[in-house]
Design a protein around this ligand. Sequence first.
Ligand SMILES: Cc1cc2nc3c(=O)[nH]c(=O)nc-3n(C[C@H](O)[C@H](O)[C@H](O)COP(=O)(O)OP(=O)(O)OC[C@H]3O[C@@H](n4cnc5c(N)ncnc54)[C@H](O)[C@@H]3O)c2cc1C
Length: 78
Amino acid sequence: MDADVVVIGAGAAGSSTAWHLAQRGRDVVLLERFARGHAWGSSHGATRIFRVAYRDPLYSRLATESIPMWRALERASG
Ligand SMILES: Cc1cc2nc3c(=O)[nH]c(=O)nc-3n(C[C@H](O)[C@H](O)[C@H](O)COP(=O)(O)OP(=O)(O)OC[C@H]3O[C@@H](n4cnc5c(N)ncnc54)[C@H](O)[C@@H]3O)c2cc1C
C-alpha cells in the first residue's frame, strides 16, 4: 500500500491529523487497532466539556483557535 502519510491511532488527535492532511491533498492511511467508535481510547463517549481556561496561555490560545475547526467538523459531519 502506498501513502504519503500513515497515521496510527484514530482517536481525536489521529483522526484530526488524518482529516486535515487529506483536506490538503495528502494521501493518508489511518490505522486503528479497534473498531470505529470503540470504548478503549480516551476519545470515546458522546459528550465533552469545551473550555479555554488553562494555566498555560498557550493552551488557551490553541483551544480558542480550534473553535472554528470544531464548527467546520460539525458542518462536515452533520
Ligand atoms: C473519561 C474521559 C473524559 C474526558 N473528558 C474530556 C472533556 O470533557 N473535554 C476534553 O477536552 N477532553 C476530555 N478528555 C480528554 C480527551 O478525551 C483526550 O485528551 C483525547 O480524546 C485524546 O485523544 P487521542 O487521539 O490523543 O487518544 P485516544 O482517543 O486514546 O486515541 C488513541 C487511539 O490510538 C489507537 N491505538 C493505540 N495504539 C495503536 C496501535 N499500535 N495501532 C493502532 N491503533 C492504536 C487506540 O486504539 C485509540 O483509538 C477526557 C478523557 C477521558 C478518558
